[in-house]
Design a protein around this ligand. Structure first.
Ligand code: ADP
Ligand code: SF4
Length: 703
């Protein structure tokens, strides 16, 4: 059996010095960042509900070397809340301790703490506070859920009040210990952006009309903030350089003029694209550094440092951005989530240890689903306090007993590398000839190449672990495993896409004629593709797979219809901010999208569909049908081993555990998490009856 470790180790160490420029200190107003790594504000679905978990998550970033670590948006007055999203709040003094805890965790590691004060205005329907939302104009609230609520046009008293509230929050932020207090005017997500943009601002007073008028409130707020923080805090301003809407929205030339009006007023410019979906594109729709053309040139307009993002994980790219005078500080949200230790790894020359963000936006889905952030690459994200996990450290083993892992997909690979780091003897057996399981295959689909990083990072870690042996071409059965003499067996054999139509809508197989040409994503991933059209792609999975397959087949010149019972293609990708991009791409590729239709039966050349509301039937021509529905765990091996429980003692087996897709198919992030969880919990004493497997914070009851 070939052994993976025979490959040559990587040699990045010698090249450390060319990254020294990234570790130069940068003055930001009255404070000094120890290097150029800047964790820009990012949401995380924890906010006011999970303050201690959040404080620890930010603390780990500081420990990993980010010179500046910022909060997510922090609502600074109850008259603008963004419920149901869970962000931080600074509504009164009682919110200070939770924020101070975060600041302390950041300061403990020598980093600066930044706070992004936000007043969502017409982006917040105020579902919690029930106050009337306010904005520059009378307009329906700008929520993607089209809430039936309007924002009221602010009068002069409202503007005066808002300035007062902002100032009160600035003072509270200072009391909490923050070193940078943001004035947030970006992403079309708050009152300041709304005042800047003609799209939202139809005022005829001194706050509307000319550029000078539309920037008035922003200038007033920056000046007041600077006065209030004195000489101990910096005041960055976050602004969007383009809304990508042409002259209908904010556009580059106009924003240049805006910056010109207040070039050196803030202590730092944090430049983004608007809206958030343009600023945080997935790798499927934007490469590393996609924003560069939009942010270059800004630095010429100001003497103050400029920070910008671009899902940067390449240190050479970062150096080039600094050397070419595009950025002073490398802004990162997602790369800091995937690898909180990115700066330290670059400083130490451990480039091969960088866990590169794959640009999947599963992290963003935490915010959109109001659940603690999770990351495909970093399973410890949000578990730093909840479970005591750490992205770089893991407890040493507490027994000598070896582990056999079957299946080298994301679950098996993560379990192997994490157990290997704990010091266990691990054997990883893979039926195929490559590592990565589903990610290795999916990375070959259009737009998903960056997903291969899930396997690449773990492969790199395994290279360094002499106690982990990898066996390819090793499809194991129960008999072989009983003879392997490993006391712990992990089944990570993955899952197979179904071909019987069972998914979210149909919980029983649908009628399929024997001579119908049916394909599943498993077929496509294994290279078996439809060769003749018209092709019907039935999406009852609702994540990315059906869209990617439709795109692939359309690119091959086939006539493709995409049928979904949902209101839009790949509807769950709203949570990853991709839905709009996916639907646009499918339409541009000529894919016909049929929404609110159920695929109910398949004959040789036709597919029977029905309207999900009326049941009205429509036959569609279909030479081939791709069923993107549910999956079935590859659990044969697991069940065979359970059936032979009586033989375990003789074989020295103590336990057999199924993890990842082999237990229940889900996202790649779930599989990586499952692998990590197995490794973290091995040899841990069992939890007391009824105990939760994670920590949670419970609000203290008001007497
Ligand atoms: P997960 O997402 O849970 O990690 P994947 O489907 O990505 O699951 O990976 C499962 C891996 O397990 C695949 O690479 C597959 O080749 C391998 N595999 C499946 N059955 C066996 C088996 N009996 N012996 C060894 N490897 C197996
Ligand atoms: Fe990157 Fe995906 Fe992790 Fe987000 S979830 S940080 S996009 S790898």
């Amino acid at each position: 059996m070939p052994d993976l470790k025979s490959a040559a180790p990587s040699a990045a160490l010698a090249e450390t010095s060319r990254y020294d420029i990234l570790f130069e200190p940068v003055a930001i107003g009255p404070v000094v960042a120890r290097n150029r790594f800047y964790q820009v504000p990012h949401c995380n679905g924890m906010g006011y509900r999970d303050p201690t978990a959040l404080a620890h998550m930010r603390g780990v970033k500081a420990e990993g070397g980010w010179a500046v670590v910022c909060t997510e948006q922090v609502e600074f007055h109850h008259s603008s809340d963004i419920t149901p999203f869970i962000e931080l709040r600074l509504w009164d003094d009682r919110d200070i301790p939770a924020l101070a805890r975060m600041v302390d965790n950041i300061h403990e590691h020598g980093s600066l703490a930044g706070i992004e004060l936000a007043y969502n205005g017409m982006n917040g329907p105020n579902l919690y506070s029930r106050e009337v939302p306010m904005g520059p104009s009378h307009l329906p609230v700008a929520t993607f859920t089209y809430d039936p609520v309007q924002a009221r046009r602010m009068d002069k008293d409202d503007i005066r009040n808002l300035r007062k509230w902002h100032l009160a929050a600035v003072r509270r932020a200072k009391a909490a210990g923050f070193d940078l207090v943001y004035v947030y005017a970006a992403h079309a997500l708050g009152f300041l952006h709304h005042f800047l943009s003609r799209r939202y601002n139809d005022r005829t007073d001194e706050y509307g009309g000319s550029l000078e008028n539309r920037t008035r409130l922003l200038r007033e707020i920056i000046m007041e903030t600077k006065d209030a923080v004195g000489d101990t805090c910096a005041v960055p301003c976050r602004i969007s350089v383009d809304e990508l809407l042409g002259e209908e929205g904010l556009y580059r030339e106009e924003v240049e003029d805006m910056i010109g009006l207040m070039a050196d007023l803030p202590d730092l410019w944090d430049v983004t694209l608007a809206g958030w979906e343009n600023d945080s594109r997935t790798s499927r729709f934007g490469e590393e550094g996609e924003q560069e053309p939009f942010i270059s040139g800004i630095r010429r307009l100001t003497a103050k440092p400029v920070v910008g993002v671009g899902r940067y994980t390449s240190p050479d790219r970062m150096v080039s951005l600094v050397k070419r005078g595009i950025l002073d500080m490398i802004g990162c949200a997602r790369p800091s989530i995937a690898d909180p230790f990115l700066p330290n790894k670059i400083r130490e020359g451990r480039l091969e240890d960088i866990r590169e963000c794959i640009g999947c936006n599963i992290c963003v889905s935490g915010d959109f689903t109001q659940s603690p952030i999770r990351c495909t690459q970093n399973p410890t994200m949000a578990e730093e306090w909840r479970k005591g996990w750490h992205p770089e450290r893991i407890r040493a083993r507490t027994s000598e007993k070896p582990v056999l892992i079957v299946g080298a997909g994301p679950a098996g690979l993560e379990a192997a590398q994490a157990l290997g780091k704990r010091g266990y003897e691990v054997s990883l057996a893979e039926a195929g000839t490559e590592l990565g399981g589903r990610v290795a295959k999916e990375a070959r689909l259009p737009g998903l190449s960056a997903w291969g990083r899930v396997a690449e990072y773990r492969k790199g870690q395994l290279h360094k672990l002499p106690n982990v042996s990898v066996y390819f071409d090793s499809r194991l059965d129960a008999e072989t495993i009983l003879g392997f003499e490993a006391p712990r067996i992990v089944i990570a054999t993955g899952a197979t896409w179904r071909s019987d139509g069972v998914g979210h809508r149909h919980t029983r197989p649908i009628p399929i004629a024997a001579d119908a040409k049916i394909f599943s994503p498993t077929d496509i991933l294994n290279g078996r593709l439809p060769v003749s059209g018209p092709v019907v792609v039935w999406d009852d999975d609702h994540y990315y797979m059906a869209g990617v397959i439709a795109e692939l087949l359309a690119a091959k010149g086939l006539d493709v219809s995409y049928v979904t019972p949902a209101s839009e293609a790949s509807t769950w990708t709203r949570a990853t901010m991709e839905q709009h991009f996916i639907q646009k791409r499918l339409l541009e590729k000529g894919v016909h999208i049929a929404t609110f239709r159920s695929l109910d039966a398949i004959a040789a050349d036709t597919a029977r569909t029905s309207c999900v509301f009326t049941g009205r039937i429509e036959e569609m021509e279909a030479a081939s049908v791709v069923l993107v529905t549910g999956r079935l765990p590859e659990e044969r091996l697991y069940l065979d081993l359970l059936a032979r429980r009586d033989d375990w003692a003789d074989a020295g087996i103590e336990n057999v555990t199924a993890i990842g897709d082999a237990l229940a198919p889900a996202t790649i992030a779930h599989a990586v998490y499952a692998g990590r969880r197995y490794a973290e919990e091995l040899d841990e004493p069992p939890l007391p009856e009824g105990a939760l497997p994670f920590r949670r914070e419970i609000a203290e009851l008001t007497p």
